[in-house]
Design a binder for this molecule. Sequence first.
Ligand code: ATP
Ligand code: MG
Length: 696
Amino acid sequence: MAKKIKKSKLDSLLGQTVKERKQNVKEPAREQGYSPKSPDEADEGQSDLAGDSEARPDSRPGWYSEADFDETQNAKKIKLFSKLFMRKPEISELTPLQSGSVDILDIISPPSADLYHRDYIVVDGVYFAYLYLTGYGYATTVGNGWLNPLVEAGEGINLIFTINRQQKDKTLSKIAQSTMINRSRMRDVQDTRTDYEELDSAVSAGMYLKDGMNRYNEDFYYMHTMIEVSADDLDLLEQRIAAVQNLCVSQDMFCKRADYKHGESFISALPLLSLDPDIDRKSRRNALTSSVAAAFPFSSFEICDQNGIMLGINQHNRSVCIVDIFDSVKYSNANMSIMGMSGAGKTFLLQLMALRFREQGVQVFIIAPLKGHEFRPACEAINGKYIKLSPSSNDCINIMDIRRISLDTDAELGSSREDSLLADKIQKLHIFFTLLKPNITDEERHYLDTSLIECYAGRGITHDNESLLNADGSFKEMPVLKDLYEILCERPEAKNLALSVSRFVTGSAKRLGQRTNVDLDNKYIVLDISEMSKDLLPLGMFLALDYCWDKCKESRVRKKVLMLDELWCLIGASSNSLAADFVLEIFKIIRGYGGSAIGATQDLNDFFALDGGKYGKSIINNSRLKVVLPLEEEEAGRVKEVMGLSDEEAAQVVRNSRGEGLLCAGRNRISVAFHSTEKEKFYITTNREELAKRLV
Ligand SMILES: Nc1ncnc2c1ncn2[C@@H]1O[C@H](COP(=O)(O)OP(=O)(O)OP(=O)(O)O)[C@@H](O)[C@H]1O
Ligand SMILES: [Mg+2]
């Protein structure tokens, strides 16, 4: 009866406005005697009471009467409803589906799924099949990253790996129990029976687990490995499944197809941690912490930078290896060191990279101290500038040039150089003369210094950078070695120095002492100094480097690459510490000018010879990227020590054939086969047989 009344009240309330409802909410309070009642209202209350007392006659004074109670309850409910109605004035009677609105499930669910096949399911037109490694199908002993072959199996093959830690105390007691049972069963079984070995291995497995947990505090896990294979058509799906099965066999693992269970597997593969119980049971494998850690599959063996240049194929997983050496987020500097024995492919790789950088619009300088002709065909093919610096060549760069570009280095960024360019140049000329005359004395150095200042002063150039410009703003003409020679000749104390310089003034290398006569405005410049005799080679290298370095400093924002083949010439035993310092400085600060220094070297014994290998090691340490091409065993040992390679990596370096190398990019180390296109190869190969074929 009370219920009926309540319902009828509610019904009438539903038809009222909010204001009316509010008033109604207050009214029951009035009815309960807080305000005077009208006789009619009292009657109405009576009739309610009468009705209730019929049902429950035991209403007592001092208590809430049933009717009062009922009315209070009603008021509360009405309040609640009115609140609800006020918040949501309109209640839609349609389900989200009927109303056409999209909810989260609509978004994440596939529009169609066909689950009526034994061997696969079809979701949105894509075929999926699932395999799992059976509990007994794992290799007994595994190394680090043993799951990687599956992780990197390629397109359409995904790995779902689940681990589930178990309570240690419970597991320990279970293991103890089953080991005990197995032991006692073993006693009843004769050792000639086949199941004797099974029991024996079960006992030793139990002991192994117990030992790991008790002694080494390892945890106990259940792990499950599922493999998802997907393809756009059925044939491809079957091919991929066969490939996965072969891969598993090759890794000493046994997998099974989840026939009739592909739908459940699909859900198990989602990141919901809800493995189907049947698959859970069949694919469950116990493992201790160390074994689970070894399964960690996310060690990257790939380098694939977005704006990089393609270097070759990753030999580990056949993925392409694309490196963006200018990516400052990934690589703290863009320098690269290439090491390898003679014929390993250093020059080939340098040119390959140079051509690809040029294609990206990067300024490239190559300094070739030996076999410079190897760089000529490619340079000419892409309209680069090939400059030959040698006593016999007509090309010349004046070592005494102070270049306008070095004056304007910071102009681009809105500031100007305050330091003296003359002092900077004289400092470099000191290195030049030390290379020219390795036994230069302090006294001679002093005379050289004053003579140089005098020589520049003769052209009106002082430590004030303004003095480099003529009144009309043009750059002053620079002195040449001949001018210096004349000054030195006037001083008897500097006679020996004058004699050394005379080679460039009146002697055989006269052509090297002229004014600069080459146009250096090209994006691909090869400086060939290979025709320089052995004693002049460090000088030629220095001359070329000095020029390139000035060009590099021209802009701090434009990308540029400075490539140095046969780096050992400059920092090896035949060089001296000043020249080596100069090279090292380039490797250290070229990053600040938006550049990259790439050095290639053979003869690592020589490379690490000067000053106990200080320069060689520093250059390697200042190169974020390193490539180790095939090396002899002894040299591989040396590189292993300097670069901290593992035994396996060092052995791999020795085993590699030409054109293959270990690429160390930051912490990633991958084995790469450097690949060229036919066209690139045509221009950069030095292979005698390939060259001979062209003659025919
Ligand atoms: N990645 C490669 N792909 C194809 N051929 C290659 C590759 N690397 C090297 N070669 C072949 O090997 C030859 C020798 O290579 P390269 O001239 O680069 O050796 P190098 O290491 O510079 O030797 P050296 O120290 O004597 O100058 C090349 O001319 C080329 O024919
Ligand atoms: Mg070479």
